[in-house]
Design a binder for this molecule. Structure first.
Ligand SMILES: *Cc1c(COP(=O)(O)O)cnc(C)c1O
Length: 368
């Protein structure tokens, strides 16, 4: 047969690898396959343009709509909670506990009981493995089961982290990963939704591609989105996934370097695993500084680092303290806020050199 005359081929003139052409959707399927193989047989992965859109689709597939309540870890990046607002639902924020810095199971259960007493059972729970540290999964899964609430696992920062030999991102009714540039594996922007059935995967793809009905013409009966991953991102993501183990090892090595570098520095504690069945990917190495015992604060250390061209960042500011969420409910105390007040994220790239660590160490030594 003669070559098909296309309606509108793309006019890309730059030289690209041959796999990249605008119609090669196999590239996206390959990326999904690779992640499915990594996560295990029973998981069904949908490649999307961001982790945020993955959370949004998880909420839609969970049936969250206007006026519904969604329980959400407060101590996290804004992207965890924004999709709750996209659905015109109400976030109910929960404080952290000190072992993992993640959602506190006790406050979570209290919140559920209180919301039920107030007349409305929350539709979903969003948990996070912050900075790669697995949250108290057994306790939380038990609570979600007990009250029959859908569990959404935001594993954006936790690709490669393990809990009792099981991979983070495989515990939720839905889970998500991000492949944004700053995450442990990058696809130059991207995310995935992890589902437990093919049916959910198919629905997610349908919604992510403008909800086109099966029809001979363009027909739409549901609200859709333009959320599918690009072919370029999928190709890069597939290649980069092969490096996951190396990247995780590098981040763990950073953590170990900080452990020795900070040994004996008074008032400073490194964020680490509190149980041996937990393995963090140590996406970011973080510290807490007790200003009473230390010669510096997170602010003065950050200023000092900045002078020497070393980048550090504050911890996430808890969402219940963000102006945009000021009218939303919060259950807990001051744990997340205290972490925010005392903490700092240290340089954590996978390619830090011995010399970089010496510069960081010398910078800290100036206070001592
Ligand atoms: C990065 C991140 C997201 C969102 O991912 P994007 O791909 O940037 O949309 C969600 N949750 C957490 C905890 C993140 O760190």
């Amino acid at each position: 047969m003669s070559k098909r005359i296309a309606l509108s081929d793309s006019n890309i003139s730059v030289n690209l690898p041959s796999e990249i052409n605008t119609a090669n959707y196999n590239v996206i399927a390959n990326f999904e396959d690779k992640l499915e193989k990594y996560l295990g047989e029973k998981k069904h992965v949908v490649a999307l343009n961001s982790g945020t859109s993955a959370i949004h689709l998880a909420l839609i597939l969970s049936g969250v709509t206007e006026g519904d309540e969604v329980l959400c870890q407060s101590f996290t990046y804004i992207a965890t909670a924004n999709p709750i607002l996209y659905q015109k639902a109400k976030p109910i924020f929960i404080d952290s506990e000190l072992d993992t810095w993640n959602i506190c199971p006790k406050h979570l259960e209290k919140a559920i009981l209180d919301r039920i007493a107030k007349g409305k059972k929350p539709k979903a729970i969003i948990i996070v493995h912050l900075y790669g540290m697995p949250c108290k999964i057994d306790e939380i899964v038990a609570i979600a089961k007990k009250y029959q609430i859908i569990l959404i696992e935001d594993a954006a920062e936790a690709l490669g982290s393990m809990y009792k030999e099981q991979k983070c991102g495989t515990f939720g009714d839905f889970s998500i990963f991000s492949f944004n540039n700053n995450k442990i594996v990058s696809s130059f922007g991207g995310g995935v939704l992890v589902c437990n059935s093919i049916k959910e995967k198919e629905e997610a793809i349908f919604l992510a591609t403008q909800a086109k009905d099966k029809s001979e013409y363009y027909s739409h009966s549901r609200l859709g989105f333009n959320y599918r991953m690009s072919i370029v991102s999928a190709l890069i993501g597939t290649e980069e996934l092969s490096c996951l183990n190396d990247y995780v090892s590098a981040r763990i090595a950073n953590h170990q370097n900080y452990e020795s570098l900070l040994d004996g520095v008074k008032g400073v504690s490194l964020f680490k695993e509190n149980d041996d069945f937990i393995k963090s990917n140590h996406w970011l190495s973080c510290i807490l500084i007790d200003s009473k015992a230390s010669k510096f604060t997170n602010k003065s250390l950050r200023d000092q680092f900045e002078k020497e061209n070393i980048e550090s960042r504050p911890l996430w500011k808890p969402l219940h303290l963000q102006p945009i969420f000021k009218n939303d409910a919060f259950y807990g105390g001051n744990v997340a806020n205290n972490l925010f007040q005392k903490g700092l994220c240290l340089p954590s790239s996978a390619h830090l050199t011995k010399n970089d660590f010496n510069r960081i160490s010398n910078s800290i030594q100036k206070f001592l």
